[in-house]
Design a protein around this ligand. Structure first.
Ligand SMILES: [Zn+2]
Ligand SMILES: [Zn+2]
Length: 204
């Protein structure tokens, strides 16, 4: 039985797409990646023929791009094409970056090896986020707290992980800084905790 040779190799190798176009035609300029594996193979979408980057063991007969109704493996079961950041569960987003309130968190260069990093998770917190003073009442200052967000990215090369978050409403103290006597301090003070009032990052 004749077998079709699907181009496979390092996902960063541009020759992969060229080989695909020679084998399957089309003037595609990019690949829709459905795997985060570094070694991948390209198969044509069974709907529109565009190149899909999948893992080596993926069955080409079921390949579909997101436009033709397929879901990416890395996006899990995400189906929601219309995503309201902070409201839609990020796990349900067809494109994870659509779930970000802070679009700047979508991409990053690895601080160790400068490879591209891939967004892996997005979480939101209604109670801790960027805080804005909106006025005073007889009971004291009133703050408006917007939804906080935490994003985690991992390097496609060396697997280094970084996370970025807007959920801290105070300035953390460094773990090697002297701390206030504990006593009735809230539990997070014993972990890392806030700097004492009046201190600034500059003063430290
Ligand atoms: Zn398609
Ligand atoms: Zn890296």
């Amino acid at each position: 039985m004749p077998t079709v040779a699907y181009p496979r190799g390092d996902r960063r190798d541009p020759a992969l797409l060229e080989t695909f176009k020679q084998a399957f035609g089309g003037d595609w300029t990019d690949v829709q990646w459905q795997t985060d594996k570094q070694t991948a193979k390209l198969v044509p979408c069974t709907g529109c023929g565009r190149p899909l980057g999948v893992n080596q063991f993926y069955a080409p007969a079921i390949a579909k791009c997101t436009g033709c109704g397929g879901q990416t493996e890395t996006a899990g079961k995400g189906e929601a094409a219309i995503v309201q950041p902070g409201r839609t569960d990020p796990a349900k987003a067809a494109n994870l970056a659509d779930a970000l309130l802070n679009k700047q968190f979508a991409t990053a260069a690895c601080p160790l090896c400068a490879e591209d990093m891939e967004l892996k998770s997005v979480t939101h917190n209604q109670n801790y986020g960027p805080t804005r003073l909106v006025g005073y009442t007889k009971d004291g200052p009133r703050y408006d707290v917007s939804t906080g967000e935490t994003a985690m990215l991992q390097c496609n090369g060396c697997k280094c992980v970084v996370s970025m978050s807007t959920t801290a409403p105070f300035v953390y103290r460094r773990q090697n800084e002297a701390r206030d006597s504990a006593g009735d301090a809230p539990v997070w003070t014993s972990l890392l905790g806030a700097r004492e009032k009046g201190e600034t990052a500059d003063a430290a």
